[in-house]
Design a protein around this ligand. Structure first.
Ligand SMILES: C[S@@+](CC[C@H](N)C(=O)[O-])C[C@H]1O[C@@H](n2cnc3c(N)ncnc32)[C@H](O)[C@@H]1O
Ligand code: SF4
Ligand code: SF4
Length: 356
């Protein structure tokens, strides 16, 4: 099992168990990650970030629908119980898959909402897999998932399924998700996935409300044996002051929002991530490659020189760059320094000013 702290697509670095070997690697559905490892999983994705991020993507998150039967309080997707009438339809979705295949992102994550709220979800998986994309699926733990045929999900081409577990106990998780029974359904889904030999990732959003269960989480992970346990942290944000939270994110090895990562909304709007809601164009009108390569926000956020504060002068900014989502969420500026980073760059602010 690999335990990672990462981004969404997007998360913050966290400290894990004592004595575990720390390695730098890449998880099949994740960003570049610094991860303590129990049994290092050998990913099919190249284990290092590749050059050429101006041209190519590492990871695309496609929110195939915002419909979801759950209504978690923290959810960035502001989910609806029904599919949006302006959602990308089947034809538009097929065209998008073809375009993404040209761009060849190593990973395409079908997320939501609940992707299984689309009756054609597995058709989209089949199409994407046939086009050569590595497909991940992030369903919600509802009755729909429990009744799904996990062998069919795997046969369709899903390489890994990710499930959210935000409490180590039934009470905590169900309170977090707002619907009783989701803990049991999530555990059942993990077992069903194992039985179908479908690789599982568990995503956990740590908050003040469940942090005390950290040790219990670890114990549970040893029992559930996911391929990856991915830990997210929520940070207080500008949005949070208006009643919302945004996630903190960290993605070492140079992969970050807008840099090898793209988010496509249910209506086709392209943005840097699900947590940086800038409209950079719509796949209905523009090829996603064009948007990724040429939209000024994508171009400038890839530029380490454009980063502000200590991220701008940090000797690690080409392999880190900080969380752009957290900078935006907390400071309101996606170019600002990562407000959660405790590292002090070697070049002090005063000397840096003298240099530039
Ligand atoms: C939007 S959900 C979609 C997939 C699926 N419905 C689920 O909940 O796993 C993807 C992941 O984003 C997380 N998420 C949603 N809103 C978030 C937020 N504001 N901050 C951090 N993580 C968030 C969810 O907890 C979940 O792990
Ligand atoms: S299950 Fe996922 S998409 Fe649905 S409301 Fe919860 S976090 Fe949002
Ligand atoms: S200061 Fe350096 S280490 Fe810290 S987030 Fe910014 S780039 Fe990364």
């Amino acid at each position: 099992m690999t335990i990672s702290s990462q981004t969404a697509s997007h998360k913050i670095g966290a400290t894990f168990g004592v004595g575990w070997r720390s390695v730098v690697g890449v998880w099949a559905f994740g960003m570049a990650i610094k991860m303590p490892v129990l049994d290092l999983e050998v990913s099919r994705v190249p284990a290092m970030a590749y050059d050429g991020f101006e041209e190519r993507l590492f990871l695309v998150f496609w929110e195939v629908t915002r419909a979801c039967a759950l209504a978690c309080k923290h959810c960035r997707a502001e989910t609806q119980s029904h599919r949006h009438p302006q959602e990308l339809n089947r034809e538009e979705s097929s065209r998008l898959i073809g375009q993404l295949a040209e761009l060849r992102p190593p990973m395409l994550i079908l997320t939501g909402g609940d992707p299984l709220m689309r009756t054609d979800a597995l058709d989209l998986v089949r199409e994407a897999a046939a086009a050569g994309l590595h497909v991940g699926l992030s369903p919600s733990a509802t009755a729909r998932l429990i009744h799904a045929d996990f062998a069919e999900i795997k046969a369709a081409g899903v390489e890994r399924i990710s499930l959210s577990l935000d409490g180590a106990t039934r009470a905590t998780h169900d309170a977090f998700r707002g619907v009783s029974g989701t803990f049991d359904r999530t555990i059942a889904a993990v077992h069903r996935a194992h039985a179908a030999d479908l690789s599982v990732q568990i995503n956990t959003t740590l908050t003040r409300g469940n942090l005390s269960e950290y040790e219990a989480f670890k114990k549970l992970m040893f029992e559930l044996k996911p391929a990856i346990w991915s830990v997210f942290l929520l940070v207080q944000s500008l949005g949070a002051r208006a009643g919302k939270h945004r996630p903190g994110m960290r993605s070492p090895l140079g992969i970050r929002d807008g840099r090898e990562v793209m988010f496509i909304s249910h209506t086709g709007v392209v943005s840097l991530s699900g947590f940086l809601p800038f409209d950079c164009g719509n796949v209905r009108e523009e090829h996603p490659t064009e948007i990724y390569r040429h939209h000024p926000l994508f171009v400038s956020l890839r530029d380490n020189q454009a980063l502000g504060g200590k991220c701008g002068r940090c000797e690690f900014n080409s392999c880190c760059g900080g969380s752009r989502a957290r900078a935006y969420g907390v400071i309101g500026d996606p170019f600002a320094e990562d407000p959660a980073c405790v590292y002090q760059p070697k070049v002090a602010a005063a000397s840096y000013k003298a240099l530039v």
